[in-house]
Design a protein. Structure first.
Lengths: 189, 131
């Protein structure tokens, strides 16, 4: 049976796509709130710069590269889906998922190094913000990977190809959030 | 060449052009990433801020426009996203003074350095910063 979100179109958009945009509108408030709170505290606490100096900019750079590349594969998957090539779209979605997995592995390595050096979530308010912001972002990466795997399995059979775009929009948003987290956590010291 | 074959060839050309465009945007994003990484090495605070946050805004716009196709969506989608962004900024403007100021006309923070690690508060007692 075809899901309602697949067959119905409201307000000039497929219902599924409209749902993704609503989801992202709520995510703007969530991530925007976290980022703005971080900026407020960063500007009012000079000692945060000494704490921020401990983050590893090379790891941040590598992870930004990985996420940007995974976003490229997501939009290429959308292009393949648009021309009805489900198998190619699915393959490119799996590459995107691979990028997400690589991002999480690098993050796990980074966090284990920092925690090993005694910089834990309870060390100071800077590290509380650091782990919260990066942790919320990482949980969205995991959610995106799961959603994309479901979409990729259907796309490989040529089913629900329009969902490739929806998954891609979400993934690009996750990438977009990281674009702001990178300078905040790694560059502005 | 038949009309159908010509149309198919034209479609294929369009798709190839689209994919080439996406790869070009990705390359631009990587160049901007390298610039934002290199900015702090000049050790000029203003340049660091511009290369970090100015470039982040440009990168975000490139992703939103070319990968998410925001500008191709119905107008109400832009309004929906903008409304959330504006309300979030209102929240920021409303709470920022309480966080960023240490005293006001009728109030003062009891402990403005709350959350500071002990090693920074008492460096002579605990010694070191993390390297």
């Amino acid at each position: 049976m075809t899901p309602i979100a697949t067959s119905r179109s409201t307000a000039g958009l497929p219902t599924g796509t409209l749902g993704v945009w609503w989801l992202l509108a709520s995510e703007i408030v969530i991530f925007g709130g976290v980022l703005c709170s971080y900026i407020m505290h960063r500007l009012s606490h000079d000692w945060w710069s000494a704490e921020a100096a401990n983050t590893n900019v090379y790891i941040g750079l590598t992870n930004t590269f990985v996420l940007l590349t995974s976003s490229l594969f997501a939009v290429l998957a959308h292009a393949a889906a648009q021309r009805g090539d489900g198998k190619l779209a699915a393959r490119r979605l799996w590459y995107t998922i691979g990028g997400g997995a690589m991002f999480l592995c690098i993050k796990a390595y980074e966090w284990s190094m920092e925690i090993g050096h005694g910089m834990t979530i309870s060390s100071s308010s800077f590290w509380a913000f650091y782990y919260t912001a990066a942790g919320i972002h990482a949980s969205h990466v995991i959610a995106g990977m799961i959603a994309m795997a479901v979409v990729a399995m259907d796309a490989a059979k040529g089913k629900f190809l329009h969902r490739v775009e929806n998954a891609g929009i979400y993934w690009h948003f996750v990438d977009l959030v990281w674009i702001f987290l990178f300078p905040l956590l790694y560059i502005a010291k | 060449m038949s009309d159908h074959a010509q149309a198919a060839h034209g479609d294929h050309g369009d798709y190839a052009a689209h994919e080439a465009h996406y790869k070009k945007i990705w390359a631009v994003l990587l160049v901007l990433l390298l610039i934002s990484f290199a900015g702090p090495f000049l050790e000029i605070r203003a340049i660091t801020m511009i290369t970090a946050f100015g470039i982040a805004i440009v990168k975000a716009w490139l992703v939103a426009k070319h990968f998410m196709h925001v500008t191709a969506q119905p107008r109400f989608v832009i309004y929906m996203l903008s409304t959330c962004l504006v309300f979030m900024l209102l929240f920021f403007a409303g709470t920022a003074p309480d966080v960023m100021e240490h005293e006001g006309a009728h109030w003062a923070k009891v402990n403005p350095d709350a959350g500071q690690p002990e090693r920074v508060l008492h460096p002579e007692a605990h010694g070191e910063h993390h390297e």
